[in-house]
Ligand binder design. Structure first.
Ligand SMILES: *[C@@H]1O[C@H](CO)[C@@H](O)[C@H](O)[C@H]1NC(C)=O
Length: 564
């Protein structure tokens, strides 16, 4: 009898713990597994999980108001970007939030480390068993049937009801690593064309070079002069940017920039090894079409390592918090990676989008490639409804679609892979409301029911993205993708910032209110469409459209609109 006592007390304490479960509130849940995943078993209770807790920020609405104040050309505070401290005042959790959450973790014997400059993100390391208790979760092993990749996730998690209003989200929990996410948004439909370097002075439909980009958009070859002007290029998934390839590229295609280099920043154990065989197509493309187009602008390659790569969005969180921690973040940041929006939890998407707003308020223009699957998302896939991409659905960044040449004389049409459409997570921001509603009325009933007419619409702008010539491991090849378009558009903005800074003015910062207020500063792309999901997708047309946005840059007009 006596020997049963401990068992009885164990049962009793389990039962005793139950009432606590009743005070738990589900914070996030997913209804079904993402495509490709199967549950392959329970996770060992002693496996350590590194979890991040996002605390509720004290004034996110105030931050968005401040962002629009400094980014809307008609506002009296236009260009008066916020300091790091001013942004952190909005973002920092209220004292009560930090105290309540820390007290709860302390009681559980869990150590929390702040991992964002404003203290709104905490990191904890807990074994699976304790994570299940803390969050009323069921962390289990899920395996991706194609890649075999195993990951520990839960279908839902809860927080104690007294922490509602204090904890925003916990990650990684219900957001699964995607088999396609964070792949470079670059596609080579006809395979890579290996070829000799073609130092074409003018454009051809089979090879687009920096000189071609300059002539298409009127981008000057004159070197920028301002050393405080920075153009940041994000690097993920061990895509490395090779200096020798950049040198070969410049020697042939921009001999006037001979000797130009880029700086390196690393985080999460990132690196940038220089052996030719490790040169990444995406990283080389991004570096060659920033250094090679934004003549003379200091370019930094920011290599995010794989220390936290189990959840692929961790790299996105880390790079943005890393830049938010800098006193002088780059004035332009271009990223050619992305996910499908539906793979990311709403709370995580919202948190990241808010982080872009923070950096935008500081004066950084954030550009992302829109994706290469047309209306079917970041890569082509089968679908019945259109698949929006992330972060293009976030209203506080600039999404860049792609075009292609129609002839060597320079006409452009939409690239058929150019992702565009409407977010299901974020509503239409006012800066694009008129442009979008006029597109929707001209669209009529086409694609009716396949997309969300009240969502944030993207892309915002476009640039050339087909048959773009790059050098990888000493060899020239051409690549296609919105991955080409984002660095090109980013370079255009970086050159305008150079002129603004030289004139003692503020850089452009968060671009969209300025861009939509100046539709005349673009070459309107009116033909082509972005097929996908067994449809022709959206047709490009006069004015803004969800394939090429407002169009491709007219450098002189954009510069004039910026007042320099
Ligand atoms: C459509 O977009 C709106 C605005 O973001 C959102 O509230 C709504 O949930 C979306 N609808 C669907 C079906 O996703």
């Amino acid at each position: 009898m006596v020997s049963k006592l401990p068992i009885f007390s164990a049962l009793f304490s389990l039962a005793f713990a139950k009432p606590m479960a009743r005070s738990m509130k589900v914070r996030e849940a997913r209804e079904s597994l993402p495509a490709g995943y199967v549950r392959t078993g329970a996770a060992a209770v002693d496996t350590e999980l590194q979890l991040r807790i996002a605390l509720v920020q004290n004034n996110p609405e105030g931050l968005i108001d401040a962002l629009y104040d400094v980014s809307t050309p008609t506002s009296s505070s236009y260009g008066q970007h916020l300091s790091k401290e001013e942004v952190e005042k909005f973002v920092a959790p209220a004292a009560q939030t930090s105290e309540t959450v820390n007290a709860w973790l302390d009681q559980a014997g869990v150590n929390a480390t702040p991992i964002s400059p404003a203290g709104d993100w905490l990191s904890i390391t807990v074994p699976v068993g304790q994570a299940n208790e803390l969050f009323d979760a069921d962390f289990a092993v899920y395996t991706h049937s194609e890649t075999g990749k195993q990951t520990i996730r839960t279908m839902s998690y809860s927080i104690p009801s007294e922490l509602e209003g204090h904890i925003d989200l916990v990650h990684p929990t219900i957001t699964f690593p995607s088999s396609i996410s964070l792949r470079p948004v670059v596609s080579t439909p006809s395979g890579l064309e290996r070829r000799g370097i073609d130092p074409l002075a003018s454009c051809s439909t089979s090879a687009v070079t920096p000189a071609c980009v300059q002539s298409l958009y009127g981008i000057p070859a004159t070197k920028a002069t301002q050393s405080s002007n920075q153009l940041g290029v994000s690097g993920f998934i061990e895509q490395f940017a090779n200096q020798a390839d950049l040198t070969t590229f410049l020697n042939t295609l921009r001999p006037d920039l001979k000797g130009a280099t880029f700086a390196l920043q690393t985080l999460d154990g990132g690196s940038n090894p220089q052996s030719g065989s490790e040169a990444g197509i995406e990283a080389n493309l991004d570096i060659q079409y920033t250094v090679g187009v934004a003549s003379g602008v200091p370019v930094t390659f920011i290599s995010v390592g794989e220390n936290f790569n189990d959840g692929d969005l961790d790299g996105f969180l880390d790079i943005i918090n890393f830049l938010l921690g800098e006193s002088n973040p780059p004035q332009v940041l271009t990223t050619s990676y992305g996910n499908n929006e539906n793979e990311i939890s709403r709370s995580l998407a919202n948190n990241l989008c808010n982080a872009y707003a923070q950096l935008g308020a500081r004066g950084t223009s954030i550009l992302f490639a829109s994706g290469d699957g047309g209306v079917s998302g970041s890569q082509s896939q089968s679908c019945s409804k259109f698949v929006p991409t992330f972060p293009s659905g976030c209203p506080f960044m600039t999404s860049v679609g792609a075009t292609q040449l129609t002839s060597s004389s320079g006409g452009e049409t939409a690239a058929s892979f150019s992702s565009g459409g409407f977010s299901n997570y974020f509503g239409t921001p006012s800066y694009q409301a008129t442009a979008v509603s006029s597109y929707l009325s001209s669209l009529g009933s086409t694609d009716n029911g396949k997309f969300n007419t009240s969502g944030r619409a993207y892309p915002d702008v476009a640039a050339i993205g087909v048959n773009v010539e790059i050098v990888v491991n000493g060899q020239a090849e051409t690549v296609d993708g919105t991955s080409c378009a984002s660095p090109i558009f980013a370079s255009t903005i970086a050159l305008i910032n150079d002129a603004l800074i030289a004139a003692g003015k503020s850089p452009l910062g968060f671009l969209n209110p300025f861009l939509y207020a100046n539709p005349g500063a673009f070459n309107d792309i009116t033909s082509g469409d972005n097929a996908g999901c067994n449809t022709n997708g959206f047709p490009a047309g006069k004015g803004w459209d969800p394939v090429t946005g407002l169009g491709t840059p007219n450098f002189a007009a954009l510069k004039a609109a910026a007042g320099v």
